[in-house]
Design a protein around this ligand. Structure first.
Ligand code: NAD
Ligand code: K
Ligand code: MN
Length: 339
């Protein structure tokens, strides 16, 4: 392929500050990757407020028809119901069947005490967003949500998790569930992963209930290598793991399917720091590297990752979340220089 077309969806808040950093990192690679073309695509809560749609049809169409991959920033989803609004990233993951959310969390040091990958199912569980509000005979409200776990999606995410585990030195996978309470839904998830495990004799398998998994993560993070989890548990676990390595601002991810990939920092739109040029761009820059590796550009990905690691280990030019004073652009420039 001689042109790599990359969709850019900064969306809301600090997404608009960190996606340009990811773009600059990709541009700094020069001839290490094919010639790039960037397509600016709309989505988000602010776009919804102006145009009545959080994920315009044109964005989805351009992603499907014109892009080879994409980068998503972050969206500001309100905590109270807004009529007609629904998170565009949750919708995108489903619309493009990006069934795996892969979130490596690694501490910065030569001998990292945290070095794990959360492999989160990305299309179902409570994120099917089937909620109802009913009233009892005496007028009290009852809210209900449907949680969907399918054998198909559980086996797909299991395959992905085993593939990732097999490629790592420790080749160890932990199934995260709560089937002591949710024996049917989480029971199906657990059994589906166990079924797939038969095809991967080289990977050792353990399991941990989600609550004690968080406990263990904080006390002995070194026991974990790859963790495979249903959607909601994976979301929570990866933010918890991010705390162990200093900041959400350094943790990247990809949303991966069989035919498309979207790089995305794990963090949200961070309204508390948005617009102040202090968002850490590293999560997004690392997400760009992950996206490129997923497409087979391993050397390019490594160049970005080495540059980021050097900046982090030196520790002089870091943003306030890591205890420094540097701005988003200063950190980005330090990384660019090393790429
Ligand atoms: P958040 O991830 O936005 O922020 C949590 C904390 O981490 C904040 O203190 C923030 O300042 C800090 N932080 C996050 N990213 C950072 C970065 N790059 N550099 C420095 N500090 C960083 O989570 P939240 O506050 O719970 O949510 C805010 C909004 O983001 C909500 O509207 C939520 O719906 C949305 N959100 C979106 C996504 C997504 O786009 N996929 C994910 C999570 C949350
Ligand atoms: K995000
Ligand atoms: Mn999250």
């Amino acid at each position: 392929r001689n042109v790599l077309r990359i969709g850019l969806i900064p969306a809301d808040g600090i997404g608009r500050e960190v996606i340009p950093a990811a773009r600059q990192a990709i541009e700094a690679l020069g001839s290490a990757i094919p010639k790039t073309e960037f397509l600016d695509l709309d989505a988000g809560f602010e776009y919804f407020q102006k145009h009545g749609k959080a994920l315009p049809e044109a964005t989805l169409q351009k992603l499907k028809e014109e892009c080879d991959c994409a980068m998503f920033g972050s969206v500001s989803s309100p905590s109270t119901k807004v009529a007609g609004y629904s998170s565009p990233i949750v919708a995108l993951r489903k619309a493009m069947n990006l069934y795996a959310n892969i979130r490596p969390v690694v501490s910065t040091s030569t001998k990292p005490e945290v070095d794990l990958v959360v492999v989160r199912e990305n299309t179902e569980c409570l994120y099917v967003k089937q909620e109802t509000l009913e009233k009892t005979a005496d007028g009290k409200q009852v809210a209900k949500a449907t949680r969907v776990i399918t054998e198909h999606a559980s086996k797909k995410i299991a395959q992905m998790a085993f593939k990732i585990a097999e490629a790592r030195p420790r080749k160890h996978l932990t199934i995260i569930h709560k089937s002591n309470v949710l024996s049917i839904t989480d029971g199906l998830f657990r059994e589906s992963v166990r079924e797939v495990a038969k095809d991967w004799p080289g990977v050792t398998v353990a399991e941990q209930l989600v609550d004690s998994a968080v406990y263990k993560l904080f006390r002995e993070p070194g026991v974990f290598d790859v963790m495979v989890a249903p959607n909601l548990y994976g979301d929570i676990l990866s933010d918890a793991a991010a705390a162990l390595v200093g900041s959400l601002g350094v943790v990247p991810s990809i949303n991966a399917g069989d035919h498309f990939v979207i790089g995305e920092p794990v963090h949200g739109s961070a309204p508390d720091i948005a617009g102040q040029n202090k968002a850490n761009p590293i999560a997004s820059i690392r997400s760009a590297a992950m996206m490129l590796r997923h497409l087979g550009y391993d050397d390019a990905a490594l160049r970005i990752e080495k540059a980021v690691d050097t900046v982090l280990v030196e520790g002089r030019l870091v943003t306030p979340d890591l205890g420094g004073k540097a701005t988003t652009q200063q950190v980005t420039d330090a990384v660019l220089k090393l790429i």
